[in-house]
Design a binder for this molecule. Structure first.
Ligand SMILES: Cc1cc2nc3c(=O)[nH]c(=O)nc-3n(C[C@H](O)[C@H](O)[C@H](O)COP(=O)(O)O)c2cc1C
Length: 165
């Protein structure tokens, strides 16, 4: 899959909106992710309002690029339907990577910003989005049409590959 090898973090965006058809495809990619026990715990919040994006960008010192983006997806999970918290991070991370790769496929770009496991970020993002108690934000993905996308590097490292007899 080429998108795996061309994907990079994009933090600067053109000043144009993302078509709703493309946003739907990003969401489909997220929902297509595998999950432990097939729990599919995700809830996705889409933000396109510039004021809300600006407020969201202030929820941590690392989330500033959200203010440059025409849109963001906040990946959340629903605790009221979970059997266990054990797999919640990996389930949400796989959905995030699916979405990130689909962005690449669609000519979009974005980046992942951690919310979990930092309680202060969970609290501030929940407040901005007015999330109910049972919805916990996992990560923020600002996205849009990239400005100056840099080429991806080849990170293959033979020294870290171990064939075992
Ligand atoms: C779990 C995780 C958390 C990240 N958090 C942030 C973040 O808060 N802010 C940010 O600008 N980038 C964040 N990134 C993006 C990484 O900095 C980026 O993926 C890494 O430097 C490799 O660059 P690449 O994505 O272009 O290959 C995060 C990535 C991951 C996987």
């Amino acid at each position: 899959m080429n998108a795996i090898f061309t994907r990079t973090s994009v933090r600067q965006f053109e000043d144009r909106p993302v078509e709703s058809e493309k946003i739907d495809l990003l969401l489909k990619a997220g929902f297509a992710a595998p999950s432990a026990l097939n729990e599919r715990p995700w809830e996705f919040y889409i933000i396109t309002n510039k004021g809300t994006l600006a407020t969201l960008s202030k929820t941590s010192q690392y989330s500033r690029p959200v203010a440059n983006a025409p849109a963001a997806i906040v990946i959340c999970y629903n605790t009221s339907t979970l059997k266990t918290l054990d797999f919640v991070d990996i389930n949400c991370a796989i959905a995030a990577e699916n979405i990130w790769l689909e962005m690449e496929e669609l000519g979009l770009g974005g980046v992942f910003m951690a919310v979990r496991p930092f309680q202060d970020r969970i609290d501030s993002v929940s407040k901005v989005l007015n999330l109910p108690e049972n919805i916990v934000p996992f990560g923020i993905m600002p996205f849009g049409y990239p400005k100056n996308k840099r080429p991806a590097k080849d990170h293959f490292n033979a020294d870290r590959v171990h064939y075992v007899d």
